[in-house]
Design a protein around this ligand. Sequence first.
Ligand code: SAM
Length: 238
Amino acid sequence: MRIDVITAFPPLFQGPLSESILKRAQEGRYAEIVVHDLRAYAHDKHRTLDDSPYGGGAGMILKPEPLFECIEKLQSERPYDKVILTTPAGKVYDQNMCKRLSMHDNLIIICGHYKGVDQRVIDALVTMEISIGDYVLTGGELAAAVIIDSVVRLIPGVIGDGESLLTDSFMEGELDCPYYTRPPEFRGMPVPEDLLSGDHKRVNAWRSKAARKLTRDRRPDLMAGQEDEPAHEKKKRK
Ligand code: SAM
């Protein structure tokens, strides 16, 4: 998969893309992530990216010309499955959208900034608008990093133990169960006996029950319309 990110602030991606799973995914050639400096597509003396909004008011707007030039250049080089804009006005991002995006070959993600992006970019070029939640960020860079991280980790092979993905929260319509590691007792807090039993059936039954309880307590909305089989049970059959 190739993801092209367009931003006025490329350094914001240095950390997220150069550590942990995203680093390994790029080194292993599962994902190619290319960050484009929008300023390279601004041709006036000051490389201007923004201008004041027609009609007045506070805030600056990302101008259409650099975005059109950058996106059209990319589209002349390869076909893209989606041209995504990060925006509070988009569809709120969830694991189902993430799963679908992970099946594509080429994505463009545009990071808005300032007060927003000239609407003509959205009308003419954007095919999907994504919000990462009902709050306002300074720019789309962190939202794009969230999308990239969540999508790339689903590409087969990226996570060594692919099975671990299957029981992650939201993958099968419920939250993941609680986990414990050594020592078996810490400050008077013991690990549940079933998990120490060495009996996979008992362990899975405990995990299924715990995941269901957590989901029912915290996110009953996830269970609505779900078939009555927990993720840890399904995983066993896969
Ligand atoms: N004026 C815009 C509004 O109220 O909807 C907010 C602009 S925000 C300061 C600047 C940029 O950050 C946006 O263009 C968008 O790219 C990004 N952004 C802010 N909040 C976001 C969110 N919840 N999800 C995705 N992107 C977001």
